[in-house]
Every structure is written in C-alpha cells, then in structure tokens.
Unconditional design. Structure first.
Length: 466
C-alpha cells in the first residue's frame, strides 16, 4: 500500500506542481506563489462506479452526511473523513424548469433551467463552500476564521460560527459596499465586523495580511477547500438532469470561485469516466466589474495548459490603479475588479470550451424581474446568468434548443432595496438607488396601485388590473 495520502494540496502551475498535506493551512503555493488545488489519488479513493450509486444516499436522510446536499457527494470530494464534517444541512436547493424565463432569453420550452442556491441556510451558494472550508478549518484546529466579503461570504461564515460555536468569525467589508440584507446576518450572528475605507478588493488585500500576521484561518474562495464544496452545485445539477450533462452552464462572475469549481468538477468527472462529455461554460460579468471579460475576450488571455503569462493581467491592473478605477454595479455580490481565482477560471474556460460576456445593470435588473415573475426571487448578481444567456442566444452562440442551466446564486431578500426601487412608483427613490448605476427604466415593473380608502374605488382598481 502506498504511503501517499488520498487527498493532498497541489500547485496548479504545471512547471511547479508542488504538493502539500491537507493538514496545512495554505492559500498559495509556498514554492511559487500560485493558487492551490485539492487533489486526489483517485486510484485509491472510493470512487462510485456510476453517478447513480449516489442516489442511494437519499434513503439515509437521518445521517447528516446524506442529508447535506454537499456531503452526500463525499466520494467526489474525499479530503476528510465523514466523522470530521461540519454540516448545517446545506445544499437542499431547487432545480426548476423555467419556460417563461427561457422564452425571455430566446430558448425553446424545456430548455432553460434555474439552479436556485438561495434556498441554502444563509440564503446563498456560499454555504456549499463554507461547509467544506469550515470542515478543513476544524481539521487544522483553527479557533478563528476570517473573510473579506461583499455580503454573502460573511453571512455564511458568521452562521457556521454561530451555530457550531467552534470558531470566532472576523469579517472585513468595504464602506458602503454591503447590502443591509447581508450585513444584518453578520451582525445578528455575532461576527466581529470590520468596516474599512475601501471596496472589496481593498478588504481582500487586508484580510490576507491580517490572517498571515495573526494566524487566522481564511475562508475566501482563494482557499482551495471552499471550491471543493462548491463542486457539489454541479453534482446536484447532474442529479436533477438524470445524470446527463446540459449543453451550457451559465454563472455570474465575481471572484470566480464558482466557475473555477464547476470546471474542476466536470474535469474530474470526465477523468473518472462518470460523464462522457463536459458542458460549455459561460461566465457573466457585470459591465461595471468586467475584468475577466476584458482579459479573456478582448485581450486574449488563455490558460494555455497552465503556461499563460500574467503580463497582460498585470498591465491591466496597473491601468486600473492609474485611473483609480473601482468596480461599480448594482450586482454587489460580483462587484469585484481583482478576482482571486482568475487563473483557475481561465483553466475552467479552457476545459469547458467557455466564453465570457458582460451585461449592464439595466439588463441584469430586467432579467431579475423575469426570474421574480416566475416565483423564484433572486438577488441582482444572480440574474446576470439569465441576462448573459439572453445575450449569448441573441449572438447565436447558444442555440434555441440548447439545454441551459442558469445558476442563481442568492435569495431575493439578500438585497431587497434594489428590487423595491425597480418596482417603485417613487421616481426619486428609483433615481437614488438605480439611476446612478445607469438604469433608466423598469421595463417589467410591477408597481403598487394607489387608491383612496374607499371600497368602491378599491373594487374598481381590482377589476381594472385583473
């Protein structure tokens, strides 16, 4: 029997490839500074013979590892023992066929599906990754955990800390860069919240420095264990589609953790012979935070099997510094100019024959209204996936009968201010919240009807509008 562990950490740079124990707390390769993967000796792992074997876990719902929509796929992310996991029942999410939204994007009936991650305990997809990162933090004996956040990561970390009492949460947010819906969670769950003068990119820089100095466990998606948990979103998509890959996965692009995790998931499943093809990946930036689009689509950066130069990206970052350009979009969850998983996302785009697009805040909010009209409300960033699908369909990149899954990353109530402003009759409120973002109209507004306090007038209004 080999002494090599089943799970280990490995530098993603082919020219380095250094490996490290899963017991180490690392966010970058000590040898070369590149990002790390959680890697596996699959020959020694208990890999399922087929994905259908995983369905048996549904019969063991009293087992916390089977109840979790992440850990029931443990054999596909076996970096820990089952008795080590920390779970709050995350991953109990919805997968919905959405013909009305599909029609809006230009797809035929039965072709568009929404993977709704807003049903997670903290209201966003972050719980998929947090359960894995938190499990790893527990394995390493961490007593404090920290993150920089636009809101969802902080809510998730604070929740896991509050429920388990295993660690203290320390959260860094930029001034004025977090919605009240998300900030209220971090505060209510007892996290130490540090608000700095700056945006998410500034907060990310500082939290890394603080974690290094104080030995605090960092849970942002630069942590490779976070992405292991986020792979499970795609496992659940496959499960819902009877284990048949769709033609397209469309996902919002912020710090690029999801797109990186999805690419890794499909690459591993193909390597293991558990799927026969990999879906194409579309990553959608907001126009006000479009670094990936600029570098991939306009300046031609590619993974090139790990041999791509970062020179172009470094030049672009210098341009942003000189121009003092900050990310600005109503989709606050993806309001990020310096995505930490950029290199991993390039790899995912190569593995999944992917594309990148950007959409305006106007397009995001109009798409969001279409999603809401179908009964599943989402935060603005989520709707970038639907707006991006519409744009790709208009270009002919996505075919009318392609099977497309749009990932909705967070719940409607994560950012109710934007929703109310979109539907309001108060022009001042609309202009204050949305006008400054370049949103000029509410194309699909469902405005309240003002009537006198008179039964006759009320009845007349109801008859008129129904």
């Amino acid at each position: 029997m080999s002494d090599t562990p089943i799970a280990f950490q490995r530098c993603i740079a082919p020219q380095c490839g250094a490996t490290y124990s899963v017991q180490e707390t690392l966010v970058a390769c000590p040898a070369c500074g590149e990002l790390l993967d959680v890697a596996y000796d699959w020959d020694r792992a208990e890999v399922p013979g087929s994905l259908r074997e995983i369905e048996a876990s549904w019969a063991r719902r009293r087992d916390p590892s089977c109840y979790s929509g992440v850990w029931r796929f443990h054999r596909l992310l076996p970096f820990c023992q089952l008795d080590q996991i920390v779970t709050l029942g995350e991953g109990q999410t919805l997968f919905q066929r959405a013909d009305a939204v599909g029609h809006y994007t230009g797809l035929k009936p039965g072709c568009l599906f929404l993977q709704y991650e807003g049903m997670n305990p903290s209201g966003s997809f972050k719980d998929n990754g947090m359960t894995a990162a938190f499990t790893h933090a527990r394995m390493t004996g961490a007593r404090r955990a920290a993150c920089a956040s636009t809101g969802n990561t902080s809510a998730s970390l604070a929740m896991y800390c509050a429920v388990t009492r295993l660690m203290q949460a320390v959260i860094f947010v930029g001034s004025g860069k977090i919605s009240y819906g998300k900030l209220s969670q971090a505060l209510d769950y007892g996290a130490l919240t540090v608000q700095i003068a700056g945006d998410f990119d500034d907060a990310m820089l500082r939290v890394r420095e603080v974690c290094d100095e104080l030995g605090i466990y960092l849970v942002n998606s630069i942590n490779p264990f976070r992405l292991e948990g986020q792979k499970s979103i795609m496992f659940r998509v496959l499960e819902a589609l009877d284990w048949q890959p769709p033609d397209w996965i469309v996902v919002p692009g912020g710090n690029l953790g999801n797109s990186s995790a999805f690419g890794k998931a499909f690459s591993e499943l193909k390597q293991l012979g558990l799927i026969d093809r990999v879906p194409r990946l579309a990553v959608i930036n907001a126009a006000g935070a479009d670094t990936l689009y600029e570098l991939h689509e306009r300046r031609g950066m590619r993974w090139n099997r790990g041999h791509s130069s970062m020179r172009v990206a470094q030049e672009y970052e210098r341009e942003m510094d000189v121009q003092q350009r900050k990310a600005s979009t109503i989709a606050s969850a993806i309001e990020i100019n310096r995505p930490v998983n950029f290199r991993k996302c390039l790899r995912a785009l190569e593995d999944c024959d992917g594309v990148v697009r950007r959409v305006t805040d106007q397009e995001i909010l109009d798409a969001k209204a279409q999603v809401g009209a179908g009964g599943i409300g989402c935060e603005p960033a989520s709707a970038a996936s639907v707006a991006g699908t519409k744009a790709l369909r208009a270009e002919g990149v996505i075919g009318a009968d392609d099977r497309v899954v749009c990932v909705l990353t967070g719940h409607l109530l994560k950012d109710p201010t934007a929703t109310v402003a979109y539907h309001t009759t108060d022009q001042d409120q609309f202009d204050k919240v949305l006008g400054s973002r370049g949103v000029r109209r509410a194309s699909y507004a469902n405005r309240a009807v003002a009537v006198p306090n008179d039964i006759g007038e009320i009845v007349k209004a109801i008859r008129l509008y129904t």
